[in-house]
Design a protein around this ligand. Structure first.
Ligand SMILES: NC(=O)c1ccc[n+]([C@@H]2O[C@H](COP(=O)([O-])OP(=O)(O)OC[C@H]3O[C@@H](n4cnc5c(N)ncnc54)[C@H](OP(=O)(O)O)[C@@H]3O)[C@@H](O)[C@H]2O)c1
Length: 279
């Protein structure tokens, strides 16, 4: 992908769900798009869709498994080696209800939803800074409201709840704290950061929930296409001066009090730096 193609976005988890829809919409908006996904086979149809819908657009696959820090580092290195700018990092990939430990040894949902993205963001930050104005958009969830804090010791143990819902909530709380902390840290750098709740949507995210919960949940889901409005708002339109803020239904919104806890955001940053070997 050549630099003359203008603005460039990297979207994690772009092979399905709202990541796929967002990648297509960003290509329509003129972005060259990198689809950072773990399966090339699952990314290929989306690449074809983008090329068919937006003739002349640039879209490429990058290998990324957020469970594995080696894969995250390789993904960042593969992007940085291209010597092109990065204007938008969309941290979208996520899992809900998948239990256990990641390859790198952390509670599974926290490891994928927050820690892998934290490492990817840190590694790409110099390029984002050099490409300013640039944005980091973190897809969180209103599920963060189900929890009131982070038990840091539990993050190094396998998922302990039966449903995985509390652990999912902690990972989504971490997403919001991450964007808020980036907003503080990067103020005046020209790189802004936002987090958001996309809606409660009919995507593949629910595939790992226990069957009865999956059925109950299916009764309240909106079409996935309704989820990308808030993502695009944060990626394209939110005021840079609102950096660090949380969005829902396309507008700025107050997350739960624990997601506004600056001391917790800093503790999470320091813990995440140490956990990913950066601290
Ligand atoms: N759907 C909702 O109602 C809802 C509500 C609130 C927030 N969200 C958030 O929205 C985001 C997107 O979810 P979605 O609903 O679009 O779900 P989805 O259809 O299941 O898509 C999730 C994406 O994440 C990828 N992914 C999972 N584990 C990964 C890993 N280890 N490494 C790299 N990529 C990985 C998946 O790849 P594979 O296909 O290879 O598994 C897939 O591309 C998530 O962060 C989720 O928490 C969704």
């Amino acid at each position: 992908m050549a630099a003359e193609h203008g603005r460039i976005a990297l979207v994690t988890g772009a092979n399905t769900g709202i990541g796929r829809l967002a990648a297509i919409a960003l290509a329509r908006a003129g972005f060259g798009v990198f689809l950072a996904c773990r399966s090339r086979e699952r990314a290929l149809p989306v690449l074809a869709e983008i090329r068919a819908e937006v003739p002349g657009s640039c879209a490429e696959w990058l290998a990324l498994d957020l469970e594995d820090f080696h894969s995250v580092r390789a993904c960042a290195e593969a992007f940085l080696a291209r010597d092109i700018p990065l204007h938008l990092l969309l941290n979208n990939a996520g899992i809900a209800g998948a239990r256990g430990l990641t390859t790198s040894g952390f509670e599974r949902m926290f490891g994928v939803n927050h820690l892998g993205h934290f490492l990817l963001t840190e590694l790409l930050l110099p390029r984002l800074r050099a490409s300013a104005p640039a944005r980091i958009v973190v897809v969180a969830s209103r599920a963060h409201r189900r929890v009131s804090g982070i038990d840091f010791a539990a993050l190094r143990r396998p998922t302990s709840s039966l449903t995985g819902i509390p652990e999912y909530g902690v990972s989504k709380l971490a997403n919001i704290l991450h964007a808020a902390e980036l907003g503080q840290r990067l103020a005046a750098s020209g790189v802004s950061a936002f987090s958001l709740h996309p809606g409660v949507l009919d995507t593949e995210i629910w595939r790992t929930l226990p069957a009865p919960l999956r059925w109950l949940n299916s009764l309240r889901l909106a079409p996935a296409s309704e989820g990308i409005g808030t993502i695009l708002h944060c990626a394209l339109h939110a005021e840079a001066s609102d950096t660090g803020a949380y969005y829902s239904d396309g507008a700025r919104s107050d997350p739960a009090p624990c997601a506004r806890n600056t001391a917790l955001a800093i503790e999470l940053r320091d813990w995440s730096l140490a956990a990913t070997g950066l601290g």
